[in-house]
Ligand binder design. Structure first.
Ligand code: AMP
Length: 583
């Protein structure tokens, strides 16, 4: 397949803000893509080289690309740099350059998608001495004899700047329409995606096989399952009323969720956003290696503990450990413990269709008697009334946890779903919103005074899963320490896009810059109010009004463990708003 075809589709996508158009362009692309490379095309659209859990980073700096571009075009590096400083994106720079194709030869073949993908994979696998020059040579080889349009998207892919605004849901819609002529089949694709986390593979099975084959995809070891998520309740009364079966309460531990896969000596750990983090927790890996139990997928919360009194430490301590480069030092400074709360697979059996009570029994049988400083089962208790919940909550807070998870004993494990089968309940403050919310950064205004050269205020949004859209909710400018400001500035600057992202409903706000929705911040606020400006919950409470956080403040936590689709939802914000009046 010619890379030009892909570049032309990318160009059309970049020019539209309409989700319908995006889907239509994708459907057309799927139709002309050969089935044996459809997985590669899907990964490239996602700006990756494989599924999240095994995709390698390209690790390419702008400097390297400028050097390659200079070699390929004959234009000096300093001239390219000048244009880059002016325009801010090397893909757009190359598009505007009067591209010198003198390097092309009579015999050069047109660039194919296969060659692009394979060369990018080689770049990602290149490391060690001499790798810099080799990478430059690979990039230069791709840039020889291509049109401005191909060069533009090659560079955007290489630098990870391809920001087309295409979410997995849009891709799944396009696959369902393109291959089955029925958008309704997206549900089947979504189910398969939730257990296999690999849209490229699903697309290939669909293109070469059938929707029935996709339907039969099930859980397998070393491929992470998308985690089941929890709804949020304002108080124990509301939570209890939502649970249909018996209510099993557990401590809600303020750490990082990990999914552990083990067969023989192979052990792998994944985060809730499916990143492989096996190398971060060698002591947990060692503990599982020494364990007799084998062939399983379990889930739990890793938490840092105070080595003196063994109490749980808050999430920030774990993040500090994650940032340390010397793992040995990090292990000593921040010892961790894994608290298991679920089992999804054991000895060749998919356990996700068993009810929670049975899964917990299997967890207890296999892991309940293990004497290890590194492993525990999450504290659990059956509760049947509000007093029991409130007492257990007090116990949980006392041991350093952030609240309770209430689980329906009769519920199955629904990968990727946020339902009332699991309910989170955090510490309550009468008359205020119950706890912090996690929001994604959508845009920013430049700072003034002490904050010149940084961002002064960040525009934040909540998420609607149904519409796969981000809605604005506030601007935040307080709670930022100087070092956090710098870190955020550097992180966010890499996510700048030319115009508002197609998945954002922003209403009428002016921003100096817009971002690809990716950075998640934890925000505290005493109150939610009606707002004529922000779009979260617009027209749902009062015509013409949305909801806004009043006096929002950054808590200091950048939620690196959460993807934008994991943040607080519009529905949760509406519930929080309504709950303010129940107190
Ligand atoms: P939140 O991140 O506030 O949406 O809360 C859900 C998260 O709480 C889960 O993804 C887990 O990381 C974490 N968690 C802590 N304790 C438990 C538990 N006992 N059961 C399930 N999840 C838990």
């Amino acid at each position: 397949m010619l890379f030009l075809e892909l570049a032309q589709t990318f160009e059309k996508m970049e020019k539209t803000s309409s989700r319908l158009d995006l889907t239509q362009y994708l459907v057309e692309l799927m139709k002309v893509t050969p089935s044996n490379i459809i997985d590669k095309v899907i990964y490239l659209i996602q700006g990756k080289l494989g599924p999240d859990h095994s995709s390698k980073e390209l690790g390419i700096a702008e400097k390297m690309v400028i050097r390659s571009l200079s070699l390929a075009t004959g234009i000096s590096s300093s001239e390219i740099k000048l244009k880059f400083n002016e325009i801010g994106d090397l893909g757009d720079v190359v598009y505007k350059l009067n591209y010198n194709k003198s390097q092309s030869t009579l015999f050069s073949e047109p660039l194919t998608v296969e060659r692009v993908f394979d060369t990018l994979t080689k770049i990602a696998n290149t490391s060690g001495t001499g790798s810099l020059n080799l990478k430059i040579r690979y990039i230069t080889s791709l840039l020889n004899n291509v049109s401005n349009l191909e060069a533009k998207y090659l560079l955007k892919l290489i630098l990870g700047n391809l920001r087309l605004g295409i979410a997995n849901y849009t891709l799944m819609d396009a696959l369902a329409i393109g291959f089955t002529h029925d958008k309704g089949n997206r549900v089947i694709l979504e189910k398969a995606f939730n257990v296999s986390s690999d849209l490229g593979n699903i697309a290939r099975i669909l293109a070469q096989g059938s929707i029935e084959e996709v339907q039969s995809i099930s859980v397998s070891l070393f491929i992470p399952v998308r985690p089941m998520l929890a709804e949020r309740a304002a108080d124990s009364k509301e939570a209890l009323s939502k649970i249909k079966g018996k209510c099993l309460a557990e401590f809600k531990i303020d750490g990082e969720r990990v999914q552990v896969h083990k067969r023989g000596t192979r052990i792998e750990l994944f985060t809730r956003s499916l990143e492989n983090i096996t190398s971060h927790f060698p002591e947990i890996v060692k503990m599982f290696t020494d364990l007799d139990v084998d062939n399983f997928i379990v889930e739990g919360e890793v938490v840092a503990i105070n080595p003196h009194d063994q109490k749980f430490l808050p999430f920030q301590s774990l993040m500090r450990r994650r940032r340390k480069h010397d793992i040995q030092q990090a292990m000593e400074a921040y010892p961790v413990i894994l608290n298991l709360f679920d089992i999804l697979y054991h000895n060749g059996n998919d356990l996700m269709n068993l009810v929670f009570e049975e899964r917990r029994k299997i967890l207890e049988i296999n892991f309940g008697n293990i004497k290890s400083d590194r492993l525990k089962l999450v504290n659990q208790k059956r509760v049947s009334n509000i007093d029991e919940i409130d007492n257990f909550m007090a116990e949980s807070l006392d041991s350093g946890c952030e609240g309770l998870m209430l689980k329906d004993s009769n519920s199955r494990y629904r990968a990727g779903a946020r339902e009332w089968a699991w309910i989170k309940l955090k510490k309550e403050y009468a008359g205020t919103i119950t706890d912090s919310v996690d929001l994604v950064v959508l845009g920013a205004l430049y700072g003034k005074g002490r904050r010149v050269g940084k961002y002064g205020a960040l525009l934040l949004g909540s998420y609607s899963k149904e519409e796969d859209t981000f809605y604005t909710i506030c601007k935040v400018g307080t709670g930022f320490k100087d070092d956090a400001l710098s870190v955020l500035y550097d992180t966010l600057s890499k996510q700048i896009i030319h115009k508002k992202h197609p998945r954002v409903q922003s209403g009428n706000v002016h921003m100096d810059v817009w971002f690809e929705p990716s950075v998640v911040l934890e925000i505290i606020s005493p109150e939610i109010t009606l707002s004529p400006v922000y779009t979260t919950g617009r027209n749902m409470i009062k015509p013409g009004y949305g909801l806004a956080l009043r006096f929002p403040k950054f808590s200091g936590n950048i939620r690196e463990d959460k993807s934008p689709e994991d943040i607080t939802t519009v529905e949760e914000i509406i519930d929080l708003y309504n709950n303010q009046f129940k107190q």
